[in-house]
Design a protein around this ligand. Structure first.
Ligand code: ADP
Ligand code: ZN
Length: 745
């Protein structure tokens, strides 16, 4: 008798709405389990598919057989699959693509089948084992015999908590007998562990102890701990001014979760994933931490992923994509700097990790802590309505005062550094203290203009001006990296006199070196931080006092704690206000508040000089006056009047292609169909556009957008879902739908 045929449901990572059914041949029946990948025939190709489960009751005829199973362990749990399905439905994205996005890219490289036909396991042939030494718990006895090397080794193990034999040998030379004796005496324990490529292996960190919390911190921690004890989903907004000790609250809340046997997921903006932050976690918790960020190679990332999947890491820290980390038994999810736009993925599956933290947290019955010194307007509104539980840290640690901010109006002035800022910089330098100058534009001149025909140099592929980079000797497009030698000649009229307009960080560096020739000036922007480790080098030079002034773009605004910085200068505060985006004021307020908050985090009070054309704009004024409440009040009024989030829900259609005419036709057609469906379904949704996108041409593609605005989220989603069923895009035009868009450029 033959076994009953097994039929499985498979998702395929292609832009296809539906999932597929396949037959499992008898030889694969034991292996074809949910959570594994299968090689499946598709058309005349073979593709990797994801097994979602068995498909009972399906028609057997015409089904194709799967070719082989690619994994020996399952890659996701049932709970994770539920999460993937939620994501696919909400963002209206094919499930197979969601699973592909959730899994690490390295998985495809490492689990190829060997030539012998023998399946390599998940570990692959490449892993090795090594010995690891750690403490068995509190130690009171010390060995009697003079064996000073053993004592030194023990001291190191105690300090670090968990160290490999190889690292010990690096420090002490051959020490096998000593290690053997220490282990025999029960003073430390040895364990064989699989070796994973550890991107932080060269950093040895000192252990630190939890700090005594101040009243507000304690209040916040108690509330979070209480929800952890109840093991019930509770979403919090931890709203604490810069330097108020939010990170300390996170650390102690995580400790509490770990004590309860639960695990912790921490999402941070990519930029914050510096050794500074990860070092604080390692110092507090020792081992068991996995770190996921874009600086890892596919292999390294896959290693971290496996460690998490196997339960070897109980704390996961990562940027946006870590929301898909295969961490089980999650007790707490923290989203630090929750207002950051980088939590939103801008292509493919356009998810927002901040929003998904709430979804996953609810599925896991976890505490979710959204933390920020400048929360998103949406979060403030949710807290007002009681949908987020508000925890406030209104004061800085040790009652350090917020810095004194002076506004300087620059209307009609030619100089880039005002006399107040230059006098303050000189004074700070003379006192031997550090300063930060913030200017959110990289390059030397924002653009070059031909003195003869008056035309600015623009990118041939994008509708933007080129930025002049003097050090490189190039004019550069910041969107497509198009570059021409600079200053060069005017491409329109051949004129040879090009004037430099607008100041970038490179010019600021030059000007400051002229102002203070003896000062050691550093610059941090994407030009100076492209090399591996360069970011950290700049930060460590600021921290060890071997630099006096740091100039930078928004990179310097976030998360860094420089206790010796007493002066912050802001040049061109309104740079981000000019964007044609309803969030421009919110972003400006957040950025300015964050930059202002870099001053006076140590013992000496800080001061800030903000230069702006319009010193009366509410975003600038409220940031300078530390009047966050005033800002949120005004901004929420504006959003309500104009009908923008959080009072409405948005979705953006982006239509792009190489032919201007086809793009325009497709955009009209799409808007027309949407209008028809809206009428048919009797849905209340506003359809705005099609209109040219603010950056009309990008990397040679013409771009138009349609914005959908709805008061009711499910109406809006129903309209898009119906549109998707009726549309088969086969033209050369790309149409993408962005649910809850963040970038409208
Ligand atoms: P935030 O994350 O809100 O910017 P941090 O948690 O980084 O603030 O705290 C700012 C500084 O104050 C850090 O150097 C931190 O170690 C220190 N700190 C935090 N909480 C306390 C406390 N209760 N007592 C003493 N120092 C603290
Ligand atoms: Zn370009």
């Amino acid at each position: 008798m033959t076994a009953p045929s097994q039929i499985i449901e498979v998702a395929i990572p292609l832009y296809l709405e539906k999932t597929f059914h396949y037959l499992v041949p008898e030889r694969l029946q034991k292996e074809a389990l949910t959570g594994r990948r299968a090689l499946v025939p598709f058309g005349n190709r073979k593709l990797t598919g994801y097994i979602l489960g068995s498909a009972i009751g399906s028609e057997i005829s015409n089904l194709k057989e799967i070719v082989e199973i690619l994994d020996r362990e399952s890659l996701w749990t049932a709970g994770e699959l539920e999460f993937y399905r939620w994501v696919a439905a909400y963002y209206q994205h094919p499930l197979g693509e969601v699973v592909r996005t959730a899994l690490p890219a390295g998985i495809n490289i490492q689990t190829r089948k060997g030539t012998s036909g023998e399946q390599e396991s998940l570990i692959g042939g490449k892993s090795a084992r090594r010995e690891q030494f750690y403490l068995p718990g509190p130690v009171t006895v010390l060995p009697r015999q003079p064996g000073s090397k053993a004592l030194e080794i023990l001291a190191v193990i105690r300090e670090i908590g968990d160290i490999s034999a190889a690292d010990l040998r690096k420090r002490f030379g051959a020490c096998t007998p000593q290690l053997k004796r220490l282990t025999e005496l029960g003073l430390c324990m040895a364990e064989e562990r699989e070796v994973y490529r550890d991107p932080f292996k060269d950093h040895i960190v000192k252990r630190d102890e939890p700090r005594r919390l101040h009243t507000h911190q304690k209040g916040a921690l108690d509330a979070i701990s209480e929800s952890l004890d109840r093991q019930q989903f509770t979403p919090f907004l931890l709203y604490g001014v810069t330097g108020s000790g939010k990170t300390e609250v996170y650390l102690q809340a995580i400790s509490h979760a770990l004590e309860l046997g639960k695990n912790a997921l921490i999402l941070v903006p990519e930029i914050a994933l510096t050794p500074q932050l990860t070092g604080r976690f390692k110092a507090r918790f020792g081992g068991g931490i996995a770190i996921l960020h874009s600086g890892l190679s596919d292999g390294e990332r896959y290693d971290e992923w496996r460690r998490i999947r196997r339960g070897l890491a109980r704390i996961v820290i990562g940027a946006r994509s870590a929301i898909f980390a295969p961490l089980e038994n999650i007790g707490i999810i923290i989203v630090d700097e929750e207002h950051e736009a980088s939590f939103k993925q801008s292509d493919g599956l356009r998810y927002n990790a901040r929003d998904l933290a709430l979804v996953r947290g609810q599925m896991e019955q976890a505490a979710v802590v959204l933390g920020s010194a400048t929360p998103s307007v949406t979060s403030v509104h949710a807290a007002d309505q009681g949908r987020l539980k508000l925890l406030e840290l209104p004061e800085r640690v040790e009652n350090r005062p917020m810095p004194l901010v002076e506004l300087v109006g620059m209307k009609g002035r030619k100089e880039t550094i005002s006399s107040l800022l230059s006098a303050s910089l000189t004074e700070t330098f003379d006192q031997g203290r550090q300063a930060i100058v913030f200017l959110n534009r990289r390059g030397y001149a924002t653009f070059l203009v031909c003195a003869e025909c008056g035309k600015p140099l623009t990118c041939p592929n994008c509708s933007v001006t080129l930025t002049y980079h003097r050090q490189r000797g190039q004019s550069l497009c910041h969107y497509c990296d198009y570059a021409v030698p600079a200053p060069g000649t005017c491409p329109s009229c051949g004129g040879t006199t090009l004037s430099e307009l607008g100041t970038g960080t490179e010019k600021m560096e030059h000007d400051l070196k002229e102002l203070l020739p003896a000062a050691r000036v550093l610059r941090m922007d994407s030009d100076t931080t492209s090399g591996k480790g360069s970011h950290e080098r700049i930060l460590s030079r600021m921290n060890d006092g071997s630099a006096d002034i740091l100039i930078g773009t928004q990179m310097i605004a976030k998360g860094h704690d420089f206790p010796e910085v007493t002066l912050v200068g802001v040049v061109n505060a309104e740079a981000s206000l000019g964007m044609p985006d309803f969030r421009a004021a919110e972003r400006t307020f957040q950025l300015l508040s964050q930059v202002i908050g870099r001053a006076g985090r140590g013992e000496t009070p800080g001061r800030v000089v903000v230069q702006a054309l319009d010193t009366e704009h509410y975003a600038i004024k409220s940031a300078a006056e530390h009047d966050a409440a005033g800002f949120y009040r005004q901004e929420l009024e504006f959003r309500q009047e104009a009908g923008y989030p959080p009072f409405t829900f948005l979705a953006a259609y982006a239509i792009s292609g190489l032919s201007e005419q086809t793009v325009s036709e497709q955009a009209d057609k799409t808007a027309g169909l949407l209008a028809q469906l809206k009428a048919k379904l009797k849905i209340r949704v506003e359809i705005l556009g099609p209109a040219p996108s603010p950056i009309y041409r990008l990397r040679n593609r013409f771009r138009r957008q349609i914005l959908l605005k709805g008061v009711n989220r499910s109406d809006l989603h129903r309209l898009i879902a119906t549109w998707r069923q009726q549309t088969l895009v086969v033209s050369t035009v790309r149409i993408s739908v962005d649910i809850d868009p963040v970038d409208l450029m």
